[in-house]
Design a protein around this ligand. Sequence first.
Ligand code: C2E
Ligand code: CA
Ligand code: CA
Length: 811
Amino acid sequence: MAGHPTARAPWWRFDAMRLSSRMAMLSVLLLLAVQLVGFGVIHTTIERNARSQLAEQLTVGERIWQRLLEQRATQLAQGAAVLAADYAFREAVGTHDNPTIVSALDNHGARIDASVAAFLDTELKLVATSDASDSALLPVLAALAPQLARRTSAVAAVGQRPYQFVMVPMKSPLLVGFVVMGFALDATLAEDMHALSGLDATLVLQPASAAPRVLLSSLAPAQATALQQTLAAAPAEGQLLIDGTPHLVRSVALTAGDGPRIRAMLTSSLARAIEPFRSLQLTLAALTLIGLLLFALGSILTARRVTQPLRSLARASERLGRGDYDAPLEHTHRRDEIGELAKAFDHMRVNIAAQQGEIRLLAYWDRLTGLPNRVQFRDAVRAAIARSNAAHEHIAVLMLDLDRFKNVNDALGYASGDSLLKGVAERLQQAMQSQAAQRAALAGGNPVSAGDLLARLGGDEFALLLPGADARAASALAEQLLLAFEAPLTLIDQAVDLSAGVGIACWPEHAADADALLIRAEVAMYAAKAHTGGAQVYDPAIDTASALTLSLLSELRHALEHDELRLYLQPKIALSSGRATGAEALVRWQHPQRGLVPPLQFIPFAERTGFIRRITLWIFEETARYQAELQRLGIARISVNLSTRDLLDHELPAKLDTLLQRHGAVAQAFCLEITESAIMDDPERAEATLNRLAERGFKLSIDDYGTGYSSLAYLQRLPVNELKIDKAFVMAMVNEPGAATIVRSTIDLAHNLGLTVVAEGVENAAILEHLRSLHCDDAQGFHMSKPLPVAEFEAWMLRWQALNPPSRRTP
Ligand code: C2E
Ligand code: CA
Ligand code: CA
C-alpha cells in the first residue's frame, strides 16, 4: 500500500514487475527458449547435412580429379603415340640415325608443349632426348621409367615444380623402344578442377626431410598462403581451418615409389556448403523474431485484459475503503471469471452502500418520527455556529419537553405513546412552517429559513434550530408552538391534552459552542417545566451547577451500582413527650473524590432525569431493612421522601409491596413525604397513586408545606395524614412575626382538618418551646440532631431516650 516505507525492489527484479509484464515476459521467454532449441536443432542438422554432402562431393571430386589427370595423360599419350607411329622417326630409330631422332623428338615435343621428350630403348635406357628438353628432368625420367612401363602416366616433382610423364611403346612390329614425354603441371589443372567440381585443388609437395609446401592451387592467393601455414598439421582427410574458416579436405596421392611425394588436396569451405541453408536460417530467424513480437504483443494484451480489471478492482476497493460507494464497478459486463469477480464486487458495494445508508439512517434519523435525531441536530448546530461566526448572525435553539408523556405511555400503552410523538412532530412541523411563511410575508422574501431544523432528541424531547433568530424571535416562535398545542390530540378514541415546557438558548449570548448551547437550552427547558410551564429563555441564574450536571447522570448510575449511596436518619420527636418516635430517611452520596455530597446537589437532577425513581427504591429498601431494629429502639414510623416522578409511576405501589415483603416490613411503619409541587404537577394522577398507597396503610405527609400555592381545602381531598411545615417558616418564626403567624394558623387549620403537624428546621430550644406552645405535634431539626449515619443513630437514640424517660412530660 502507498505510504508504507517498504523499500521497493528495482524494476528489473521479476518480483517487482507488474503482473502484466511478468506474464508477458514469462511467455515470451518460454517461446524464445523453444525457438532457440529449434534453431539449434536445425542448425546442427544443416551442418551435419552439409558435412556429409561435402564429404560426398569430395569423394566425387577425387574421381573427377583422377579423370582429369587421366584425360590429360591420354591427351599427352596421344601426342607421344603420334610420334611413335611417325614413319620417318621409326626409320631413324631402325637406322639408329640419332640426329633425325633428336630432331623428330624436338618437333613433336615442341608441338604439344612437352617440357621433355625422349626415346628409350627396350631396356628403358635413354637413347636420345630433344634438344629443347629440360636437362634437370632427365635423371627423374630415368628413375621413373620402370614405373611408366607399368602404367601410362606418373607425376613427379622436379625442384619445386610438378610434372606429369607419359610413356608409349614403339613397335615395328616388335617392340623397339619407348617414347617418353613430360609436361609441367600448372594452375590450369586446378582451375579446371574448380570449374568442374566447385572444389578447390591444391598440389602439395612433401619432400623427404623438409616441411610440405604448396606447389599450385586454385585457392585465392591469400588463402593459399594461409593453407601453407597450417599444412604441417593438416590431416589427409577431415576438417581443416584455412584462414580461420572451416574447410573439409580430402587428399589424393599423385606419386608412387620413393622420392618427394606430391598429393592433391581437394578442399571446400563448410560455409559455402551451408550457404544455401543460410538464407533459410535467416528467414527462420526473421520469422521467429516476428513471432516473438506478435507473441509478446498478444500476451501483453491478454495480461492487460486480466490485470487492468484487477487494477480497477483495486482502485474500487480503495474507493470503498474511503467510504465512496457511488461509482459502479467496471468490467461487470464481461462473461469470464473477471466479470464474475467484478459482479460479486459490485454486489458487495451495493450491499455495503445499503447497509451504510441504513446505519446512517439509524445514526442520524429518528425512526419513529422521521425527524433528524440528536446526533444530526448537534452537527447542524455546530455547522450553523461555524457559518454564523463569519456572518455575525444570531442562532437560537429551542428545546421542548412534553408534560405527562410518561402517563400516556403508562396508561394507554406504548403504541399510543408512539402515535402521540408522531402527532406532536407533525404539529411542530406545521407550526414551524406557518411561522416561517408569516415571517416571509412580513419580510417579503424567502418563505422558509433554509437552516431551520426540527429534531427529536429522544423520548418526549424535541428541539428546533433557528439560525438567524435571536431570543425575541425564538420566544415568538415558542408561543406559536405552545398555541398549536392547545387543541388536544386524538389518539384512536381518546383526546389527550398536550402541554410542554420550552427552553430557549441563544448563540453567542448564552454559550460559545454547540454543546454548551444545547445544555443551556435544556437547563432553560427544565426551568420552564419546573415553574409556570410555557417558554423560558436561558438565564445564568437558573443554572447554577450545569457543569456538575453534565456527567452527573452516569456518575449517579455508577454510585448506585457501586454502593456509594448512604442512608442517613434524622430523628423526629413528639413534642408532648419529648421522646423520639420517628425519623426521616435522607440520602447522602459518599463520592470517592468529592466526599460526602449533600442531596441538594444531585436530587434535583435525579428528579429531572427520572433517575430519582431508582434512588427512592434504594432508600426505601434500606429503611425497610432497618425497620425492625428501629422499631425496637422506639421509632414507630420512618419517613421516606417521594418525588414527582415517583408519584407518576403507576407501578410504584406494587414495587413498594415487593420490597416490604422482601424485608418482612409493614406499610404502617412508613410515612411517605410528598411535596406540594409534586402533587400539583399532575394532580389527578398523583391523587390516584396516593389513594393506592393509602389503601396499603402507608401514612402520607405533605412536605415543605407553605412553599407552594395549594390550598388546604384541596389537600383535604387527598388521603394525607400529616403536614410538614417548611423549615423556612419554622426557622424564621422567632424573629419574624409574620412567619410565626403562618405557623400558628397552619397548625390550627391542620388540626381542624384532622392532620398532625410536624415542624422541620427546629434549630434551637426557643423554636422548640414556641412550637410546643402552639401545640405542634412533632419536631425535627438540628436542635435535636442532624441527620446521622445509621451506625450512629442507635447511640443517639439511647442517649436521647435516657434524657427523656417515658414518665416525664417535658424534655
Ligand atoms: P426535606 O425533605 O425537606 O428534608 C429535610 C431537609 O432539611 C434535610 O436536608 C435536613 O438535613 C434539613 N434540616 C433538618 N433539620 C434542619 C434544621 O434544623 N436546620 C436546617 N437548616 N436544615 C434542617 P437534606 O438532607 O440536605 O435534604 C435536602 C432535601 O433533599 C430534602 O428536603 C429532600 O427534598 C431531598 N432528599 C433528601 N433525601 C432524599 C431521598 O431519599 N429521596 C428524595 N426524594 N428526596 C430526598
Ligand atoms: Ca422530607
Ligand atoms: Ca421539608
